[in-house]
Design a protein around this ligand. Structure first.
Ligand SMILES: *Cc1c(COP(=O)(O)O)cnc(C)c1O
Ligand SMILES: [Zn+2]
Length: 410
């Protein structure tokens, strides 16, 4: 592995690499670690020439930049290398110079979380674990369950009882041991932590385990490569725990360190007004305080985010901004993405697109800038909210006269 050690995001302490170290020994659980990479060695393994010659169409293209030994990657579900679409209609509608959609809903279990889960499953196998556990609002759970099933690992999954049925169905189909917790996400997380301590499972909780964010960063590596190493001015992404946005930053930052891009794009962190602890803290420049979890975008309904430092840093260091959008704006973005581009996102999946509209209106993104929105998850997992956005179909008897007279078809 091309790892030189860890740095604590809280106290700045540096530590040599140890395979079972999850958080800072001095700061405890709040001391989330950064993994430091040996870029000089990586440059030899991963550069424009090696990438041009590499036919791998999954996130394992970038295994030199991942915290795993990385054998056996061909046997995994195919995660990553998702399409990047330019959207002429949406760029006119949103009034930006160019708009690109990175559709991560096409991953094997339907969300960007597959990137972290694939890396987690790889690492758990390398360390000899038989069972992986995590708590999740849904997608992390279903992705770890699916990726683990393929590689023959067991999973114990804690979800809050409000998790959408589609995601719970996925878990059960993938054979996970599903614990539906009668409580909110914070209580779900606490129970999973206690269970991991008690039974010694591999911990896929993204806030704590520093390798998760490194899996998620592959979305940025792909965006950059798909844009010929000239990424857009902005990259917009929805934020719950903060790992995804932290990963987006880490990926671009790696490429800067490798000399493959000039600078990290400005990152737009988007939340729902119903649950926006980062927006409140980021704009007021103060620490996070717990927020209510009151939004249809269940995947980002995280009142007490587990990765505040990395998320705040991503937006700050990239020169980006935080913005919140209403649930109505999110439902509207679901319709717009579906109608204009054929991309069906779940509420949290389209939140970034809603955020771009709001950021253009607020003068944060200017009309001569280009933007990539990351669509983080598929809408098929949550048809109840999709129907809220889309409405009901026209109900018609099997009668052509009735249909003609209805005026429905012109
Ligand atoms: C998890 C998730 C997010 C947010 O990721 P965090 O790491 O929790 O910030 C956004 N969209 C979807 C679809 C997700 O599943
Ligand atoms: Zn520390």
């Amino acid at each position: 592995m091309n790892i030189t050690g860890y740095t604590c995001t809280l106290c700045g302490g540096e530590f040599p690499y140890e395979e079972d170290m999850l958080t800072c020994p001095d700061c405890g659980e709040k001391g989330i670690l950064d993994i430091n990479f040996d870029y000089e060695t990586i440059k030899k393994q991963l550069n424009r020439d090696t990438l041009a010659a590499d036919p791998t169409n999954s996130l394992w293209r970038y295994r030199a930049l991942l915290p795993v030994e990385g054998k056996d990657w061909e046997r995994f579900l195919r995660v990553g290398w998702s399409p990047l679409y330019r959207s002429n209609r949406l760029e006119r509608e949103l009034n930006v110079k160019a708009l690109y959609i990175k559709d991560d809903g096409i991953n094997p279990t339907g969300s960007l979380k597959d990137r972290a889960s694939a890396v987690a499953v790889m690492r758990a196998k390398e360390l000899g674990f038989e069972t992986i556990a995590c708590s999740s609002t849904g997608n992390a759970a279903s992705s770890v369950a699916g990726n683990a099933a393929r590689m023959g690992l067991k999973t114990v999954i804690f979800v809050p009882s409000r998790a959408p049925k589609g995601k719970v169905a996925q878990l059960l189909i993938f054979g996970a041991n599903v614990i539906s917790v009668e409580g909110d996400y914070r209580q779900t997380f606490e129970l999973s932590r206690a269970a991991i301590d008690k039974w010694g499972f591999y911990n896929r909780n993204a806030g704590i385990n520093p390798i998760m964010i490194e899996g998620k960063k592959t979305v940025s590596l792909e965006i950059a490569e798909q844009m010929m190493f000239r990424p857009s001015d902005w990259v917009a992404v929805s934020v719950g725990d903060g790992c995804t946005v932290g990963g987006v930053y880490n990926g671009f930052n790696d490429l800067v360190k490798l000399g493959l891009i000039e600078r990290v794009p400005k990152i737009l962190g988007v939340q729902s007004t119903g649950c926006c602890p980062f927006v409140d803290a980021g704009n007021a420049n103060r620490p996070l305080s717990p927020a209510e979890e009151n939004t249809i975008a269940d995947s980002i309904a995280v009142g007490v985010p587990r990765n505040p430092e990395k998320a705040l840093r991503a937006v700050r260091e990239s020169g980006g901004r935080w913005i919140a959008v209403s649930d109505e704006d999110i439902l509207d973005a679901m319709r717009v993405l579906g109608r204009t581009e054929g991309v069906f996102g779940e509420p949290a999946g389209v939140t970034a697109t809603a955020g771009v509209r709001a950021a253009v209106s607020a003068g944060i993104i200017s009309p001569d800038e280009s933007v990539t929105v990351i669509s983080t998850g598929s809408g098929l997992k949550d048809v109840v909210n999709a129907m809220k956005a889309a409405g009901e179909p026209f109900s018609c008897p099997p009668d052509i006269e009735f249909l003609a007279n209805s005026g429905r078809i012109r």
